[in-house]
Design a protein around this ligand. Structure first.
Ligand SMILES: [Zn+2]
Length: 275
């Protein structure tokens, strides 16, 4: 990060846009998590390279893995937990939390499931793909936060090299404990392959996109539907758009300001200069 030069003009232009905004919204993607040590799920280091999504990225696949590939499933679960537990917010997360407290930012719409926006202190976070540190009751729909200490204990159990199927089941059940309200089964509240996005959250996100006068598109190439809808709706409603991402995307041409840097690196300079 240190070698990246952050142009003073970008900082001034970005600050100017924020100052003239009454209702800003941020839209974040995998690039923001990557700077906190969470590899892009589909990237070269990504989890789906080692564990094909057709086998592990959906509930039926996971059930089969439980029956026939229990050690590999235990390894996958422990790797995901380790990655998530070891990650901490970077300057992008911190800046967005600050801009919500003291600036014009009203909401963060995120495609990330790592909970780092809330960890940094953001309050209004719309999680389009859910949250890995939350469970959802399959019967009554209640959502429950997962305690980090418990997640660490479960990870230790999953790491046992001689884990049995019973041991694996016990660890998974310990993580996905029964619903505190109805006793029903719970599952991680994340969107797996082939599942649709939470409709209510998506509606709120679209509402925010059409309401804002400034959209910050951070660390996302936003090419995948339905995420692609968010910048489009903001532009169609007349919002200005800032893109912070090393690679250009389909919104680049229509961005009022494009900063070709990783968001965390840019916001580190921004916080230094303006916070
Ligand atoms: Zn329930």
């Amino acid at each position: 990060m240190g070698s990246l030069r952050v142009d003073e003009q970008w900082l001034e232009a970005f600050h100017g846009l924020l100052e003239s905004s009454a209702y800003a919204v941020a839209f974040t993607g995998a690039g923001v998590s990557a700077e906190s040590g969470i590899p892009t799920f589909r990237g070269n280091e990504g989890i789906w390279r080692k564990y094909p999504p057709a086998l592990y990225g959906n509930l039926p696949g996971l059930a089969l893995a439980f029956l026939f590939r229990k050690r590999r499933l235990a390894r996958l679960a422990s790797e995901v937990l380790t990655t998530l537990l070891d990650a901490s917010p970077n300057p992008c997360h911190h800046a967005l939390a600050l801009l919500e407290r003291e600036g014009p930012l009203r909401a963060v719409i995120t495609q990330n499931v790592d909970d780092l926006h809330r960890a940094a202190g953001s309050i209004r976070v719309l999680e389009l793909h859910g949250n890995a540190f939350r469970l959802r009751c399959s019967r009554c729909g209640l959502r429950m936060d997962v305690d980090r200490d418990k997640a660490r204990e479960v990870r230790e159990k999953l790491l046992k090299p001689d884990i049995t199927r019973r041991g694996l089941l016990a660890a998974l059940m310990e993580y996905a404990e029964a619903c505190v309200s109805c006793g029903g089964r719970t599952r991680p509240d994340v969107v797996l392959f082939g599942e649709s996005l939470p409709a209510e959250t998506m509606n709120q996100a679209m509402e925010e996109a059409s309401r804002c006068d400034l959209l910050l598109v951070l660390g996302t190439s936003s090419v995948v539907y339905p995420a692609a809808i968010i910048p489009r709706m903001a532009l169609e409603s007349g919002a200005r758009l800032v893109e912070v991402n090393p690679q250009p995307s389909f919104v680049s041409a229509r961005a009022h300001l494009r900063i070709p840097l990783p968001a965390g690196a840019f916001f580190a300079s921004y916080l230094e200069r303006f916070a």
